[in-house]
Ligand binder design. Sequence first.
Ligand code: CMP
Length: 836
Amino acid sequence: MHEVALTVLGVAGLLGIAAFLPPLAFRLNLPFTVLLAVVGCGLGTLVLTLHGLPHVPLVHDLMETFAEGGVTSSLFIAVFLPALLFEAAVAVDVRRLMDDFGHVLLLAVGAVLICVFVVGGTLSAVSSAGIIACLLLGSIVATTDPAAVIGIFRDIGAPRRLSILVEGECLFNDAAAIVMFTLLVGMLKGGAMPDLVSGVTLFLKSFAGGVAFGYLAGRVACLLLPALFGWRMAEMTLTVSLAYVTFVLADHYLHVSGVVAVVAAGLALSAHGRTRMTPSTWETLVETWEQIGFWANALIFLMAAMLVPKMLAGMGWHYLWLLLVLFVATLVARAIVLFGMVPALVRFAAAEPISTPFKVVIMWGGLRGAVSLALALAVTEDTALPAEAKNFVATLTTCFVLATLFLNGTSLRLLIRGLGLDKLSRADREVHHRALILALDEVRERVEAMGKDEEIAEPIVREISGELERRGLDIAMMSEADTPLTPDDRIYIGLATLASHEQELCMEAFREQVISGDLADEALAQVGRLVDGVKINGRAGYEAAVAAGLSFPFDVRVAQWVQYRLGLHLWLARLLSERFEQLLSSEARVRQLLRFTRTHVRPLLGQATAEALTEVLNARLAATQRALTALKEQFPDFARELQRRYLARVSWRLEEEHYRAMLEESTISPEVYEDLARDLGRRRATLDKRLKLDVAMDSESLLARVEMFRDLPADRLRRIAGLLRPRFLVPDEKVVTKGDEGDSMYFIASGALEVKLTTPVSLGSGKFFGEIALLTKRPRTADVVTMSYCRLLELRADDFEQLMHADSALRETINSVADRRLAELGLGPSVGPTPA
Ligand code: CMP
C-alpha cells in the first residue's frame, strides 16, 4: 500500500478509537489519559501477537502502520507539539497569569533545571548510562501535564489562582524542558562533555530569544486581525498560521527555541487578540484549538503507549530498580521547588504563600503526559544517537509516564480527601444550591408576569409557578438538612454569590457594549481575585482583595518613573485613564450588588447575613468613591467626558435595540434599517475612540499656578521654568523622608500634601516644601506625603543655589517662610546663601 495512504489510514484509525474514549473515561471515572495509555498498551500487545498471522491485506497494512509507528517523531515535534502548546497558551487567563508571572517563570525554569540535575546526578550514580543520557532523561521527565490536577482543583473548588499557577508553570516548564532537551541531544550526538557555563548561556539565549520573537509574532498577528473584518474562519486560519510559522521561523531561521516562541505567541494572542474579536469568535477559536489539542494529545498517547509492550519485552529487571530511583528523584526535585523555592519567593518577592496541603497535592499531582512521550519517541527514532542511550532514555521515560498515570493519577483524589481539601467543595455546593434557588425564583417571577400579560387562566399560572416554588423549597430544605450553616458559612456563601453575580454583570455590560472588551477583561480578572480572596480567607480575604484592587499597581510606578526621568507621559496617561474607567464601572457594579443583596440575597441567607454583606459592600463603595474623587478633582474635564460617554453608550444601545425591534416588526424596511445601522456604526466608532487624559505638564504653565511666580515677567518665568522638572504623583506617595539628605525642593502646582509633624500641616497648590534641608544643609525635618494626585515642580540643589543668588525677591520669600517653619520646629534660623 502506498506510504501516504498507509499513514492516513493509521492516523485516522487511531483517531477513530480515540473518539470513543472520553465518554468511556467518564463512565469509568478514570482520567482520560490513563484510559488512553491502557488502550495504547492493549493495541501494542495486539500488534505484537498478530504480527505473524496469515496475510489479510487490510489487517496486515493496518498492523504494519501501527507497528512502524507510521508517523515519524519529527512529525510529532513539528506538528503536534506546537498545537498542544499553542492551545494551552491560548486557553490561559493571561491577566491572572500576569499577577504571578515572575513566580511562574522562575518556578518553571528553576523546576526544570533542578529536575535535570537531580535526575541526572542520581541516575548516573546508579546506572551505567553516561551522564549526558541521564541529564537528557531528566529534561524529558521535567515536563508536567496539568490536566489531571487542574480537573481536580476545579472539582474541589480550589482558588483559581492555584490552577493558574499550575497551568502557567506547566506551560513554561514544557518550553524550558524542550530547550534543555534539544541542547542535550546535540551534546549526546557530538559526544561532547557537558560544559555548564556554555550550556546555561545557550539555554538562556534560546529561551529569551524564543519569548521575544514569539511575543513579537503574536503582536503582529493581533495587528493584522482587524484587516480580516471579523471573518471568523479567516481569523481562525490566521492563528493556525501564527502557531506554525512562529515555530518554524524561530527554530530553523533564528535558532532560538521554537516551542518557547509558540507559547509566547499564544499568550500574546490571548492577551491582545481577544479584545480584537467578538466574544463568540474568541470562544469558537478556543474551542477549535481545544479540538486540535485533543487530536494531538490522543495521537501522541496512543502511539507512544503502543510501543510499550515491545519495550517491556526487551527490558531487564534492573530497569525496575532504575524506575524506582527515577520516581523518587523526580519527587525530590519537585519537593525542592515547592518547599524550598516557593517559600523563598514568598519571603523575597512578597508572593502569596501556598498552603502545605496544596503543595503536597501539586507535588504528587505532577503527572507526565504527551510532551514527555513525544520527546521519548523523538529519541527512539533519532538514528544519530547511540543505541544504548536511546533504549535507556525511551524505556525509562515511557515506564515513568505510565507509573505517574497509574500510581499518582488514580490516587490523587484519595490524597485530596485525606488532606481535607474537599471541604471547600461543600460550601461551593451550597453556593450552587443558592444560585439554583435564585434562578428558579426569577423564572417564577417571569412566568407570573407573562401569565398576567398574556391573560392566561390563573389556575394554570398558579400551577406552573407553584411547581417552581416547590422545587426551590426542596433544594433549600435539602441543603439545610445536609449542612447546618454557621454565620461564617453564610457570609462565605453570600460573598461567593455576590462575586458570581458580579461576573455576570461584567459580561452583561460587555455584551451590551457599555464597556469595552479590555475593560471587561480587567474587571473579570479583578472579580476573580475577589473570589480567590473569599476562598482563601472569607470576609477578610474579600476585603483584602478589594484593597489590593484599589492600590496602584507596579506598572503605574514604572510609568511615573518614565514620565519623570524621560519626560514621556503617554503611558502614565493611559494607565490613569484606564483606572478612571475601571473605577467608574466598579462603582456602578457595587451599587447593583447592593440592590441585589436587598432583593435576592436577603431572602436566601437571612437578615443578619444580608446586613454583614451590605456593610462589606458599603465599605467597598466608599473606598472606590474615595479613589474616584481623587481622580475627579485632578481631572474634572476628563471625568465629565467619561460620564458623558457612558450615558451616550447606553443611549446608543437603546437606539440600536429600537431599530432592530422596528425591523422585526416590519415597521421599517431592511434598506432603511441598513441605513440607520451604518449611521449607528459611525457614531459608535467615535464613542470607542480612546479618550486622552492630559497629564502632560509643561513647567511654564505649571509655574504660573505657583503664587510667588505668578506676576513675574514672561522671560524670567521662562528662565526659571528651565530649571524646574515636573513630577506627577499619586495619592499616598512619600516625597520627602525625615532624616534623609536633601537634594531638591518642590513647588506645588496642584494637589495637596501633608507634612507629618506632631500636628500635621497640609500644603496646597502654590506652596513649596523641602527648602529647609537645602538652606541649612541638615537632614530633612519631616516626612512629606501626597494626599491627592499632585503635580510638583522639582528644583535641584545646584539650581536652587543659582536661583537664590540671582533672584533676591525669591530669596526673601523662601528664607522668611523657612525661618517661620524652623521657629515652629524649635530650631534656629536658616543660614541662607549670601547674595552675589
Ligand atoms: P525639609 O526639612 O527639607 O523637609 C521636610 C519639609 O517639611 C521641610 O523641609 C519643610 O519644607 C516642610 N515643613 C517642615 N515644618 C513645617 C511646618 N511647620 N509647616 C509647613 N511645612 C513644614
